[in-house]
Ligand binder design. Structure first.
Ligand code: BGC
Length: 865
């Protein structure tokens, strides 16, 4: 949800900025002094455990409330607060997003969070990051941090993967626990989200993730389970989507059976923002808090339901008590949430942001050891591409943190090299609006605005000079009257070749583009739009007819269309700079417009970037590509033409510095892929099922919240890929992806040896596995030793191998570390669908150790008896 935007906007306008600076310089010391004098010293305070005393206090407070007041507490207020009840001295509690920085309340430190954190494979760092986020939250008086997000990266096109962790439930679980402990150690409640199976952004309010229980328990729920049972997270956020036909916020299985039942969750279960659809069903099925406001869980709905016995008053009490318990456990009534020891701007935080970037950036290709570059041998460097400047710190949507001073790839490298190296910079590609404005349409444009949503009725006609009224990412109120707009024109090719047809609209709108009567683009998803493009082949002088059918859902016309020839895309200066330079860095990938909340992204790189890389590689063989994005993306059109490739994920505000330190060998690259990198979208195991096209169907549902009926059409997404997510699929099929899960190159080399696994062990006991890791190269570096378990004698079919242990070791050249990993019962178990429990089939297991899901040089057998 983006609407604390008003707050952001205000903080950004000049006069408020001045007040902000003034407040920091003068008011803060005064406030701190006052706090000290009044004894209101806050200190980082971890929550105390539940106790009979807390239980008694919570009940005593509850007893002071009328039923009406209790119901008021079930809904949020002012977009980011719980409700206050001044008559009993209950203040409101403040919230903030989340995954890559404490964003909601002004500029912040933007970290390498989410998928970048997962690429570090560093559990100690996860705790440090959590602590920094907790401190940042306290510095802004925030009680609830609305993160971490831990949904599984099932598919590379899912728009919010960058906010989440990895494709693997074990890696997620290991990282989420210290992360939560870090946040909560600072006296701030972490909120694990989005529970559950919110694995796609398209149509997220109406999509039903239809999945069997075994797949849920083994793949999609363990990160949440670990957050609750091991991390003791005190808040959980229900997702927008439905699971097996029932919205998460009213899903009895997810909320009552699993979360509050099996896992014993004691904290607050809140909804995502406007993810509640039925007040009675939500109240009865575990939702404690409807955010951001009580649209459904309100007195109008719940009082009559309580009266007629559909909802019990004790159920309402149960929801309120959960909020009171956490409030007492965190001491929210006994201390100010603002901690004078913390600051909204902190140099220590910058170091944490840099560490995350350094640890996560993943080297995927380094042909002929082009990297590390020797700065002494570089006189001129070309830094090219849309992601070179300004810094791209994160993806778009509610996690978008506005960093104080983000370091771009351009400035990071230039600062690192200093004044004696000549830096040549070009964006390399035009802006999208430039393409819209510059497209030469043949014979003018006819724009027809119909008074209907289906291009019927008598249209108003006009003749604009271009099709380009676009403010990207823009969204607005729903239009009052339906309209549909048709643009009809023609395009005449100059040279023969490939032409890019580029179109974009505001976030809620839909459009279809037809060239010579053939539909080539269709953006129809109900929520969220990404700039789309298609490539067409045209002969010299060929003229094609162009029709754009645009359905605005907002009062404004917010649509653009352009056609540009491939060779014209890449700017002449970029080509010139590349040919003059000793080395070229091309920074491409996604950004907050092309990858973010509320829409999915393409697997292909954003438009023009393939052509840019190809042109740079043609101009200079020493071309290094850096990617920004939440996962794998299309590389097939250029990967064999470039010697080096770095995935930077979304590296946070210190990304540019980290890229420079890695390119020039000040830091050995140590990131490892937390997701499999596919060759093509079709190669991904979720592709046949993702959009619900295969086996999916739609049903119209009506839910009524006391006279507030809400119609919605459920889109069923059948998870036919079941357990075969990411590397589980590739290893089971015996096929090789482009880059496997766990893979990442280094400037040094490592070897694995001396695997010790007991030959037999009692089923259910802990099994120690030990081995050595040696740095066999010449540079200091870090390796992630990964342990995979296979269960060839299981009674049910299981993925060929599954990650069940890992350790990140830092080694000087020549040094060896002995690693011991203990495998617990869960490492050998699967979810038995008949017995509804975790089960081990005694018999043969295979233990493999190595540096990726594909490369496991150490293997041993183990028999569980
Ligand atoms: C997002 C949540 C976020 C909330 C509050 C929603 O749109 O899905 O992740 O915490 O907004 O901003």
């Amino acid at each position: 949800m983006r609407y604390p935007f008003r707050v952001m906007k205000n903080l950004h306008n000049r006069s408020t900025k001045a007040i902000f600076v003034f407040a920091q310089a003068y008011l803060l010391p005064v406030l701190l002094a006052c706090a000290a004098v009044s004894g209101l010293q806050a200190a980082a305070q971890a929550p105390v455990p539940d106790s009979p005393a807390i239980e008694a206090k919570a009940h005593a407070l509850l007893a002071k409330l009328t039923l009406q007041q209790k119901i008021e507490l079930l809904g949020g207020v002012d977009s980011m607060y719980t409700q206050a009840i001044p008559s009993i001295g209950l203040p409101r509690f403040k919230m903030s997003d989340a995954s890559v920085g404490v964003r909601t309340w002004g500029p912040t430190t933007a970290y390498a969070g989410g998928v970048a954190l997962a690429a570090t494979w560093d559990t100690a760092f996860a705790r440090e990051l959590g602590m920094s986020l907790g401190k940042d939250a306290r510095a802004r008086s925030v009680n609830f941090l609305l993160g971490p997000g831990v949904n599984i990266a099932r598919s590379p096109v899912a728009g919010r993967n960058f906010e989440y962790l990895s494709e693997d439930p074990y890696l997620n679980s290991k990282l989420v626990v210290p992360y939560i402990q870090g946040v909560q150690s600072q006296g701030v409640i972490a909120t694990v989200k989005h529970y559950a199976l919110n694995d796609q952004e398209f149509n997220r309010h109406n999509a039903s993730s239809d999945v069997d229980e075994r797949t849920m328990r083994e793949i999609y729920l363990p990160s949440f389970e670990a957050a609750v049972t091991k991390g003791h997270v005190d808040a959980v956020m229900n997702s927008y989507n439905l699971v097996n036909g029932v919205h998460a916020t009213q899903n009895e299985f997810l909320n009552l059976k699993v979360l509050k039942g099996d896992w014993g969750f004691k904290g607050v279960l809140m909804s995502d923002w406007a993810a509640t659809y039925d007040g009675v069903a939500a109240a009865n099925n575990g939702l404690d808090l409807e955010m951001p406001s009580p649209r459904f869980m309100n007195a109008e709905t719940l009082l009559p339901a309580i009266k007629n016995g559909t909802v019990k008053e004790s159920t309402i009490d149960g929801h309120v008590l959960r909020l009171f318990r956490v409030m007492y456990r965190y001491g929210f009534l006994d201390r100010p949430q603002f901690d004078p020891a913390d600051s909204t701007y902190s140099v220590a935080d910058r170091a944490v942001a840099l560490q995350g970037a350094l640890e996560s950036i993943t080297l995927l290709k380094n042909e002929g050891h082009l990297l590390p570059l020797d700065p002494a041998k570089i006189k001129t460097i070309a830094i090219i591409g849309p992601n070179a400047y300004p810094a791209v710190t994160g993806g778009g949507g509610s996690s978008e943190a506005h960093a104080f001073e983000p370091v771009s790839t351009l400035t990071g490298i230039a600062n690192f090299l200093g004044p004696n190296v000549h830096v040549l910079y070009s964006r390399g590609l035009p802006d999208m609006p430039e393409v819209f404005q510059q497209t030469q349409w043949q014979g003018g444009i006819k724009m027809e605005t119909f008074p209907s949503a289906d291009f019927t009725g008598t249209p108003e006609t006009s003749s604009p000079r271009s099709i380009g009224n676009l403010r990207p990412g823009m969204r607005g109120p729903a239009a009052r009257a339906p309209r549909s707009i048709r643009y009809t024109t023609s395009f005449k090719a100059g040279e023969a070749g490939k032409y890019l047809v580029l179109a974009a609209s505001s976030r809620q709108d839909a459009f279809k583009i037809l060239i010579d009567g053939k539909q080539i683009l269709d953006q129809g998803h109900a929520e969220g739009q990404v700039p789309q493009y298609a490539t067409i082949d045209l002969n010299a002088g060929q003229t094609v007819s162009v029709v754009a059918d645009y359905l605005p859902r907002t009062p404004a016309v917010n649509f653009g269309l352009g056609i540009v020839s491939g060779p014209d895309l890449v700017s002449a200066d970029a080509k010139k700079f590349a040919s003059l330079a000793d080395v070229v860095v091309v920074a491409v990938g996604f950004d907050p417009i092309t990858e973010g909340e509320g829409h999915d992204r393409t697997f292909a790189l954003p438009w023009g970037q393939d052509q840019l890389i190809q042109a740079m590689a043609a101009a200079n063989p020493r071309t290094i590509v850096t990617l920004t994005g939440g996962g794998g993306m299309e590389t097939q059109n250029w990967l064999d033409k470039v010697p080096a490739l770095l995935h930077t994920w979304y590296p946070g505000q210190e990304g540019g510095t980290a890229v420079a330190e890695i390119l020039f060998g000040k830091h050995d690259p140590e990131g490892k892929l937390p997701v499999t990198f596919d060759r093509s979208w079709e190669d991904n195991p979720s592709a046949p099922y993702y959009y619900g096209v295969s086996g999916g169907d739609t049903t119209l549902h009506t839910v009524g919240a006391n006279g507030k009926p809400l119609d919605y059409t459920i889109q069923h997404i059948k998870y036919g890929d079941k357990l075969m997510v990411g590397y589980r699929y590739w290893t089971t099929e015996g096929k090789q992806p482009l880059f496997p899960f766990g893979f990442g190159l280094s400037y040094t080399t490592f070897s694995f040896s001396n695997l010790h696994v007991p030959a037999t062990a009692p089923s259910g006991s802990a099994v120690p596995v030990s081995f050595d890791v040696t740095n066999t190269g010449k540079a200091a570096g870090a390796e992630v030793a990964q342990l995979y378990v296979s269960d060839p004698s299981a009674k049910v079919s299981r993925p060929e191998r599954e990650l069940k242990g890992f350790d990140k070791v830092r080694l000087a050249p020549g040094a060896t570390q002995h690693v011991t990993l203990n495998l617990d019962a869960r490492a050998f178990s699967y979810w038995d669908e008949q017995a509804h429990k975790w089960t081990i089939d005694p018999g043969k297991f295979v233990i493999r150790v190595g540096d990726s899901s594909e490369n496991t040089p150490l293997t041993a057998n183990l028999t569980l008896k």
